[in-house]
Design a binder for this molecule. Structure first.
Ligand SMILES: [Zn+2]
Ligand SMILES: [Zn+2]
Length: 301
Protein backbone atom coordinates (compact mmCIF):
# COMPACT_ATOMS: atom_id res chain seq x y z
CA UNK A 1 0.00 0.00 0.00
CA UNK A 2 1.39 3.34 -1.01
CA UNK A 3 1.61 6.02 1.65
CA UNK A 4 -0.63 8.93 0.83
CA UNK A 5 1.05 12.24 0.20
CA UNK A 6 0.99 14.50 3.23
CA UNK A 7 -1.55 17.32 2.96
CA UNK A 8 -0.49 20.86 2.11
CA UNK A 9 -1.15 22.39 5.52
CA UNK A 10 0.44 19.46 7.33
CA UNK A 11 3.56 20.05 5.25
CA UNK A 12 3.47 23.78 5.91
CA UNK A 13 3.18 23.25 9.65
CA UNK A 14 5.89 20.60 9.57
CA UNK A 15 8.24 23.06 7.97
CA UNK A 16 7.36 26.39 9.59
CA UNK A 17 6.15 25.49 13.08
CA UNK A 18 9.62 25.62 14.52
CA UNK A 19 11.06 28.44 16.59
CA UNK A 20 14.49 28.52 14.98
CA UNK A 21 13.09 28.30 11.47
CA UNK A 22 10.77 31.24 12.12
CA UNK A 23 13.53 33.33 13.68
CA UNK A 24 15.94 32.56 10.81
CA UNK A 25 13.28 33.56 8.27
CA UNK A 26 12.41 36.68 10.24
CA UNK A 27 16.06 37.74 10.20
CA UNK A 28 16.32 36.97 6.52
CA UNK A 29 13.27 39.20 5.92
CA UNK A 30 15.12 41.97 7.80
CA UNK A 31 18.13 41.55 5.53
CA UNK A 32 20.41 38.89 7.07
CA UNK A 33 22.16 36.94 4.30
CA UNK A 34 25.25 35.39 5.79
CA UNK A 35 25.83 32.54 8.19
CA UNK A 36 27.61 34.76 10.72
CA UNK A 37 24.68 37.17 10.68
CA UNK A 38 22.38 34.54 12.13
CA UNK A 39 24.96 32.89 14.33
CA UNK A 40 26.02 36.11 16.02
CA UNK A 41 22.53 37.48 16.68
CA UNK A 42 20.44 34.38 17.36
CA UNK A 43 22.50 32.65 20.04
CA UNK A 44 22.10 29.45 18.05
CA UNK A 45 24.52 26.51 17.89
CA UNK A 46 26.41 25.82 14.68
CA UNK A 47 24.83 22.38 14.38
CA UNK A 48 21.30 23.75 14.72
CA UNK A 49 21.88 26.70 12.39
CA UNK A 50 23.47 24.53 9.70
CA UNK A 51 20.65 21.99 9.90
CA UNK A 52 17.93 24.63 9.69
CA UNK A 53 19.59 26.45 6.78
CA UNK A 54 19.94 23.14 4.95
CA UNK A 55 16.29 22.25 5.45
CA UNK A 56 15.21 25.74 4.33
CA UNK A 57 17.28 25.38 1.15
CA UNK A 58 15.89 21.87 0.57
CA UNK A 59 12.36 23.19 1.03
CA UNK A 60 12.99 26.01 -1.43
CA UNK A 61 12.61 28.93 0.99
CA UNK A 62 16.26 29.97 0.80
CA UNK A 63 18.73 29.68 -2.03
CA UNK A 64 22.49 29.91 -1.85
CA UNK A 65 24.55 32.38 -3.83
CA UNK A 66 28.31 32.51 -4.01
CA UNK A 67 30.30 35.54 -2.94
CA UNK A 68 33.99 36.17 -2.45
CA UNK A 69 35.54 37.26 0.79
CA UNK A 70 39.27 37.46 1.48
CA UNK A 71 39.95 35.64 -1.78
CA UNK A 72 37.78 32.69 -0.76
CA UNK A 73 34.52 31.61 -2.27
CA UNK A 74 31.72 31.58 0.27
CA UNK A 75 27.96 31.15 0.16
CA UNK A 76 25.25 33.45 1.29
CA UNK A 77 21.55 32.76 1.54
CA UNK A 78 18.74 34.68 -0.07
CA UNK A 79 15.01 34.31 0.40
CA UNK A 80 13.32 32.80 -2.61
CA UNK A 81 9.86 33.94 -3.69
CA UNK A 82 8.44 31.11 -1.59
CA UNK A 83 10.47 32.11 1.45
CA UNK A 84 9.77 35.82 1.13
CA UNK A 85 6.07 35.00 0.89
CA UNK A 86 5.91 34.23 4.62
CA UNK A 87 5.92 37.99 5.32
CA UNK A 88 2.20 37.84 6.12
CA UNK A 89 2.77 35.10 8.67
CA UNK A 90 5.51 37.18 10.30
CA UNK A 91 3.32 40.29 10.33
CA UNK A 92 0.31 38.46 11.79
CA UNK A 93 2.58 36.87 14.41
CA UNK A 94 4.05 40.24 15.37
CA UNK A 95 0.56 41.76 15.68
CA UNK A 96 -0.73 39.00 17.96
CA UNK A 97 2.33 39.19 20.18
CA UNK A 98 2.13 42.99 20.29
CA UNK A 99 -1.55 43.12 21.21
CA UNK A 100 -2.04 39.94 23.23
CA UNK A 101 1.11 39.10 25.13
CA UNK A 102 1.94 41.33 28.09
CA UNK A 103 5.64 42.14 28.32
CA UNK A 104 7.95 44.45 30.20
CA UNK A 105 9.78 45.77 27.16
CA UNK A 106 7.25 46.49 24.41
CA UNK A 107 7.79 45.07 20.95
CA UNK A 108 8.83 47.65 18.39
CA UNK A 109 5.98 49.31 16.55
CA UNK A 110 5.59 48.62 12.88
CA UNK A 111 5.07 51.60 10.66
CA UNK A 112 3.06 51.36 7.46
CA UNK A 113 5.13 53.24 4.90
CA UNK A 114 2.08 54.26 2.87
CA UNK A 115 0.49 56.25 5.70
CA UNK A 116 3.41 56.68 8.10
CA UNK A 117 1.38 55.54 11.10
CA UNK A 118 2.26 52.88 13.64
CA UNK A 119 -0.11 50.29 12.33
CA UNK A 120 -2.31 47.52 13.60
CA UNK A 121 -3.27 44.66 11.35
CA UNK A 122 -6.75 43.65 10.21
CA UNK A 123 -7.32 40.29 8.55
CA UNK A 124 -9.48 40.52 5.44
CA UNK A 125 -10.50 38.38 2.49
CA UNK A 126 -8.36 38.81 -0.61
CA UNK A 127 -11.34 38.07 -2.84
CA UNK A 128 -14.09 40.38 -1.54
CA UNK A 129 -12.07 42.59 0.78
CA UNK A 130 -14.37 42.20 3.79
CA UNK A 131 -13.05 41.40 7.25
CA UNK A 132 -12.20 37.73 7.73
CA UNK A 133 -11.79 36.95 11.39
CA UNK A 134 -12.43 33.58 13.00
CA UNK A 135 -16.15 34.36 13.28
CA UNK A 136 -16.39 35.30 9.60
CA UNK A 137 -14.88 32.07 8.34
CA UNK A 138 -15.36 28.33 8.46
CA UNK A 139 -12.63 25.74 8.55
CA UNK A 140 -13.08 22.44 6.77
CA UNK A 141 -10.93 19.38 6.92
CA UNK A 142 -10.78 17.19 3.87
CA UNK A 143 -11.71 13.69 5.04
CA UNK A 144 -9.05 11.08 4.43
CA UNK A 145 -6.22 13.47 3.64
CA UNK A 146 -3.28 12.89 5.91
CA UNK A 147 -2.50 16.20 7.46
CA UNK A 148 -2.05 17.01 11.07
CA UNK A 149 -2.34 13.44 12.28
CA UNK A 150 0.61 12.42 10.12
CA UNK A 151 2.58 15.36 11.25
CA UNK A 152 2.17 14.40 14.88
CA UNK A 153 3.97 11.15 14.16
CA UNK A 154 7.02 12.86 12.75
CA UNK A 155 9.91 13.38 15.03
CA UNK A 156 9.40 16.70 16.80
CA UNK A 157 12.15 19.28 16.63
CA UNK A 158 12.89 20.90 19.90
CA UNK A 159 14.40 24.27 20.54
CA UNK A 160 17.27 23.90 22.93
CA UNK A 161 19.19 26.65 24.55
CA UNK A 162 18.17 30.19 25.27
CA UNK A 163 16.44 32.25 22.68
CA UNK A 164 17.96 35.56 21.70
CA UNK A 165 16.66 38.41 23.83
CA UNK A 166 16.81 41.43 21.59
CA UNK A 167 13.49 43.13 21.09
CA UNK A 168 13.06 42.06 17.46
CA UNK A 169 13.22 38.37 17.94
CA UNK A 170 11.72 37.91 21.36
CA UNK A 171 8.26 36.66 20.52
CA UNK A 172 7.90 34.23 23.41
CA UNK A 173 4.12 34.01 23.31
CA UNK A 174 3.96 33.35 19.59
CA UNK A 175 6.77 30.83 19.79
CA UNK A 176 4.83 28.95 22.47
CA UNK A 177 1.91 28.54 20.11
CA UNK A 178 3.57 28.06 16.71
CA UNK A 179 7.19 27.34 17.63
CA UNK A 180 6.77 23.58 17.67
CA UNK A 181 4.77 21.26 15.48
CA UNK A 182 2.71 19.71 18.19
CA UNK A 183 1.73 22.99 19.80
CA UNK A 184 0.76 24.42 16.41
CA UNK A 185 -1.12 21.23 15.60
CA UNK A 186 -3.14 21.34 18.82
CA UNK A 187 -3.91 25.03 18.27
CA UNK A 188 -5.02 24.24 14.73
CA UNK A 189 -7.32 21.52 16.04
CA UNK A 190 -8.85 23.96 18.56
CA UNK A 191 -9.36 26.57 15.84
CA UNK A 192 -11.14 24.01 13.68
CA UNK A 193 -13.66 23.51 16.45
CA UNK A 194 -12.45 20.45 18.33
CA UNK A 195 -13.24 21.02 21.97
CA UNK A 196 -12.53 17.90 23.98
CA UNK A 197 -9.41 16.00 24.89
CA UNK A 198 -10.76 12.83 23.31
CA UNK A 199 -11.80 14.55 20.05
CA UNK A 200 -8.38 16.15 19.64
CA UNK A 201 -6.58 12.94 20.59
CA UNK A 202 -8.63 10.99 18.03
CA UNK A 203 -8.18 13.56 15.27
CA UNK A 204 -4.45 13.96 15.71
CA UNK A 205 -3.37 10.48 16.81
CA UNK A 206 -1.16 12.32 19.26
CA UNK A 207 0.11 10.69 22.43
CA UNK A 208 -2.01 11.52 25.51
CA UNK A 209 1.11 12.73 27.37
CA UNK A 210 2.04 15.21 24.65
CA UNK A 211 -1.55 16.38 24.27
CA UNK A 212 -1.95 16.89 28.05
CA UNK A 213 1.29 18.83 28.14
CA UNK A 214 0.32 21.19 25.29
CA UNK A 215 -3.22 21.71 26.61
CA UNK A 216 -1.90 22.51 30.08
CA UNK A 217 0.57 24.97 28.59
CA UNK A 218 -2.14 26.65 26.49
CA UNK A 219 -4.32 27.04 29.59
CA UNK A 220 -1.36 28.61 31.46
CA UNK A 221 -0.79 30.98 28.54
CA UNK A 222 -4.45 31.98 28.52
CA UNK A 223 -4.99 30.67 24.99
CA UNK A 224 -7.42 27.93 26.08
CA UNK A 225 -9.67 27.65 29.10
CA UNK A 226 -11.17 24.57 30.67
CA UNK A 227 -14.92 24.34 30.55
CA UNK A 228 -15.31 20.99 32.29
CA UNK A 229 -13.57 17.66 32.67
CA UNK A 230 -11.56 17.16 29.49
CA UNK A 231 -13.32 20.04 27.74
CA UNK A 232 -11.70 23.22 26.47
CA UNK A 233 -12.48 26.33 24.55
CA UNK A 234 -10.41 29.08 23.02
CA UNK A 235 -10.19 32.32 24.98
CA UNK A 236 -10.30 35.70 23.22
CA UNK A 237 -6.52 35.59 23.16
CA UNK A 238 -6.66 32.15 21.55
CA UNK A 239 -9.27 33.25 19.02
CA UNK A 240 -7.09 36.26 18.21
CA UNK A 241 -4.34 33.89 17.05
CA UNK A 242 -6.56 32.90 14.10
CA UNK A 243 -4.74 35.18 11.59
CA UNK A 244 -1.47 33.37 12.33
CA UNK A 245 -3.08 30.02 11.52
CA UNK A 246 -4.89 31.51 8.51
CA UNK A 247 -1.58 32.82 7.11
CA UNK A 248 0.00 29.38 7.56
CA UNK A 249 -2.91 27.74 5.75
CA UNK A 250 -2.86 30.37 2.99
CA UNK A 251 0.89 30.00 2.44
CA UNK A 252 0.59 26.21 2.42
CA UNK A 253 -2.20 26.34 -0.16
CA UNK A 254 -0.20 28.60 -2.44
CA UNK A 255 3.10 26.78 -2.29
CA UNK A 256 2.43 23.18 -1.31
CA UNK A 257 -0.97 22.63 -2.91
CA UNK A 258 -0.63 25.12 -5.76
CA UNK A 259 3.01 24.67 -6.73
CA UNK A 260 3.86 21.21 -5.36
CA UNK A 261 0.50 19.55 -5.94
CA UNK A 262 -0.04 18.34 -2.38
CA UNK A 263 -3.63 17.42 -1.50
CA UNK A 264 -5.64 20.02 0.38
CA UNK A 265 -6.12 18.86 3.96
CA UNK A 266 -7.54 22.08 5.42
CA UNK A 267 -9.58 24.84 3.86
CA UNK A 268 -10.70 28.12 5.37
CA UNK A 269 -13.70 29.65 3.62
CA UNK A 270 -14.90 33.22 3.92
CA UNK A 271 -18.60 33.09 4.76
CA UNK A 272 -19.53 36.42 3.18
CA UNK A 273 -18.40 35.51 -0.34
CA UNK A 274 -17.77 31.75 -0.15
CA UNK A 275 -14.22 32.04 -1.48
CA UNK A 276 -11.33 30.03 -0.11
CA UNK A 277 -9.60 32.51 2.15
CA UNK A 278 -6.61 34.25 0.67
CA UNK A 279 -5.45 36.44 3.49
CA UNK A 280 -5.20 40.16 2.89
CA UNK A 281 -3.67 42.07 5.80
CA UNK A 282 -4.93 45.62 6.01
CA UNK A 283 -3.59 48.63 7.92
CA UNK A 284 -6.08 49.61 10.64
CA UNK A 285 -5.12 53.27 10.28
CA UNK A 286 -5.48 53.95 6.57
CA UNK A 287 -7.44 50.91 5.40
CA UNK A 288 -4.96 50.03 2.65
CA UNK A 289 -3.64 46.51 2.23
CA UNK A 290 -0.09 45.84 3.33
CA UNK A 291 2.29 44.40 0.83
CA UNK A 292 5.71 42.93 1.21
CA UNK A 293 8.13 45.68 2.07
CA UNK A 294 5.44 48.16 3.09
CA UNK A 295 6.22 47.91 6.78
CA UNK A 296 9.30 48.78 8.73
CA UNK A 297 9.98 48.01 12.35
CA UNK A 298 10.67 50.97 14.61
CA UNK A 299 12.81 50.37 17.65
CA UNK A 300 11.23 51.79 20.81
CA UNK A 301 13.18 54.79 22.03
ZN1 LIG B 1 -14.62 37.15 0.91
ZN1 LIG C 1 -1.60 52.58 6.78
Amino acid sequence: MQAQKLGAVGRGLGLLADTWTLLILQRAALGVRRYAGWRDTLNISDATLSARLRSLVDAGLLETRPYREGGRERREYALTERGADIWKLLLATWHWEKTRVPREVPLPDIVHRACGAPAGVLTCCGFCGEQAGPRDTEVYRTPGTPGLEQLARQHPRRTRGRLPEDSMSLLPGAMEIIGDRWGATVLGAALTGLRSFSAIADALAISPEVLSDRLRRFVELGVLERTGAGAYRLTEKGIASFPIFACLVDWSHRWHAGVDGSPIDFTIRHRACGAVLQVRLVCDRCGEAFDRGSVSPVQPS
